[in-house]
Structure formats: structure tokens, C-alpha cells
Design a protein around this ligand. Structure first.
Ligand SMILES: [Zn+2]
Length: 335
């Protein structure tokens, strides 16, 4: 793990300052979208807090008892709460386990840390149970919550945490980092993959390493084909049936957002490219009007909500309905 990443230097310094002045309080809420390293930053700070090295000024020493236990994944003063299965909720029974964890004193005299990730995956009952812990924090407790959707964390929980916002990524720091991670990529290819990732560097690295960087262009082409009446939505639903819905939504939300911004002659602050649209997409932008683009964006966010709520619907069914929705919404021309 390389956190703190270059674009997290300010957050890291803030955390060290709070820690050195004994002002951390009992709860920290790290927030930021996926792929910017929110959980990595929180975990590295947890590691640093557990380090017993002579002067863990900057990073954990990596050699002491605390570091050895942390690296082996069995430090007795660190408990991790995560969904039992990826994409599922963190449930109340998991939060109740904290009572047992906090019943014991710290083994090595440092904070007893609970790391909850993603904190926005707690269901309402779990969040309520956590609130009780936050209202009367046990001595020595340090709860670290990492959330991708800050808005999904209740006001009552937020108000009891020190917030560590990690949303913004300075592209001028992300690009050199990505260049080191992907030494075989040309500057143009780095820019392209970072744009595909919506400016999230870890997502960009994952896309590049998974050899799926062509997938974005293929989905974009399919979307353009549907909008311009050159292909049928159901055909495309079949062609991309093996692509996860999360991936599909990531590509399409990024594309539609860029098309909307391009209508205003702007681009996202996370967009590393100079031009808002690739030349091939200009025709599509001219073809679609703003009202239509916003309707498409609504459709995508509805699907995203269905996916995140674990509504019991099959992912494949949501994806097919989405493709059909994109098809139905097609053909409205004008500027
Ligand atoms: Zn150490």
C-alpha cells in the first residue's frame, strides 16, 4: 500500500497534526469517491497509530511489534468491519461485536481502532447501533469510517466525527504517480485512461492493468449507435451481458457528464485532457440536446440506486432494462 498518495499530502499532514496534539477525538470520517484511495489513507493512518517505532513521524516504521502484527493482519487492537460479501450491507450484528472488542483494554497501550469500510454500506439498524457507540465512546476508542458516498452517512453520525475529505484529486499530482505505476504507457495513453476513470487514479491503474481499456470505447460506440439509430438496444444488451453493471454505469455516467459539460464548453476539474470530447464524440454531442442528456443521466442514476439498494433485482435484469431505457430515450434530435 502506497498511501498517503501524493494527492493526499494535505490530509496526511492534518491527521499528523491532530494526532500530535492529541486532538483526534474518537471518530474520523474519511470520504471520497471510489478510486481515490480513501480506505488506503485511513488504513495507513490506523497503521501509523498502532506503530510503536521510536519516532513514527511520517510513516509507520514497518519493523516494530505493532507494525509486524498489523502487517500480519492480526493486531489485537484493530478491528475491521466490512460487508461479509462484497456489495452487501454491514449489519447490526457486526456492529454489536464492538461491545466485546471494547470490553478489553488496549493490548499495547495505544488506541483501540475500529475501521468501518465502506461506512455507507451500513444498513439503518447498524448505523443506529454505531451511533450509540459514538455517543458514549469507550476510553481509548478510535473509530475510522471510510465512505464513498458522504451523503449516505446520517447527519447524526457525521456530527460526531472529524471529517477527512478526500474527494479532490490534483490531476497534476495524479498523472506523474500514474506514469510511475504504468511505465509502459505514453503520456497520451495515461491521459486517456485517467479520463476513463473520471480522474480517479486507482481506478485508472485498475483499468490499465485489467486490459479492459478498450471496453470504454466499445461501450461508448454502442451508446452512440443506439442514440443515432444505427443499432438496437437489445442487441447491445446481449453484446455487453458479461460486463458488470457497475462498470457499465461508470463508463456511461462519465460519458454523459462529459457530453453535458461540453454543451457548456467546459470540462470536469478531474479531466486531465485539454479538450472536453474526443473528436469522434463531437458528432454525438451535436446530435443530442441538453434535456435529453439530463434524462439519460437520470436513468443511469436510477439504475445505480437500484444496484446500491440491493433491491433483490438481478443485476442482469437491471442492466437489460437500462439498455432498453437508453433505446427508448433515443432519437430526440436537436440542440
Ligand atoms: Zn512500527
Amino acid at each position: 500500500m502506497n498511501a498517503p498518495y501524493p494527492w493526499q499530502a494535505r490530509q496526511w499532514q492534518d491527521l499528523l497534526r491532530l494526532s500530535d496534539r492529541d486532538r483526534l477525538g474518537h471518530a474520523l470520517l474519511f470520504s471520497g469517491r471510489e478510486g481515490v484511495g480513501v480506505a488506503d489513507l485511513a488504513l495507513t493512518f490506523a497503521h501509523r497509530t498502532l506503530c510503536e517505532g521510536p519516532s513514527p513521524d511520517v510513516r509507520p516504521c514497518g519493523k516494530c511489534r505493532g507494525c509486524t502484527l498489523y502487517q500480519a493482519g492480526n493486531h489485537p487492537d484493530l478491528k475491521i468491519l466490512a460487508p461479509v460479501e462484497e456489495g452487501k450491507a454491514i449489519v447490526i450484528d457486526q456492529v454489536r461485536e464492538l461491545a466485546g472488542f471494547y470490553a478489553l483494554k488496549s493490548h499495547y497501550g495505544r488506541a483501540k481502532i475500529v475501521f468501518i469500510c465502506p461506512a455507507d454500506a451500513m444498513n439503518p439498524a447498524a448505523a443506529n447501533a454505531l451511533l450509540k457507540v459514538l455517543e458514549e465512546p469507550p476510553p481509548g476508542a478510535l473509530l475510522m469510517l471510510a465512505a464513498h458516498r458522504f451523503s449516505a452517512i446520517s447527519m447524526t453520525i457525521r456530527s460526531r466525527c472529524i471529517r477527512v475529505p478526500c474527494e479532490q484529486v490534483d490531476i497534476t499530482m495524479a498523472l506523474p504517480w500514474l506514469a510511475k505505476e504504468l511505465p509502459n504507457f505514453s503520456p497520451a495513453a495515461l491521459t486517456r485512461v485517467l479520463r476513463q476513470a473520471g480522474g480517479a487514479p486507482l481506478t485508472a491503474r485498475a483499468i490499465a492493468n485489467s486490459d479492459r481499456s478498450e471496453l470504454d470505447s466499445e461501450i461508448e460506440a454502442a451508446f452512440a449507435g443506439i442514440q443515432q439509430g444505427r443499432t438496437h438496444a437489445l442487441l447491445q444488451a446481449k453484446q455487453f451481458a458479461d460486463v458488470s453493471l457497475a462498470e457499465l454505469l461508470r463508463v456511461l455516467i462519465s460519458l454523459i457528464s462529459r457530453l453535458i459539460l461540453a454543451k457548456f464548453g467546459c470540462r470536469s476539474i478531474y479531466d486531465p485532457a485539454d479538450e472536453p470530447l474526443e473528436p469522434g464524440l463531437q458528432g454525438l454531442s451535436d446530435h443530442l440536446n441538453l434535456k435529453h442528456l439530463y434524462a439519460l443521466l437520470d436513468l443511469l442514476f436510477e439504475s445505480k440506486l437500484l444496484l446500491s439498494r440491493q433491491s433483490g433485482l438481478r443485476e442482469a435484469d437491471i442492466a437489460e432494462a437500462l439498455w432498453l431505457g437508453l433505446g427508448r430515450a433515443s432519437g430526440r434530435q436537436g440542440k
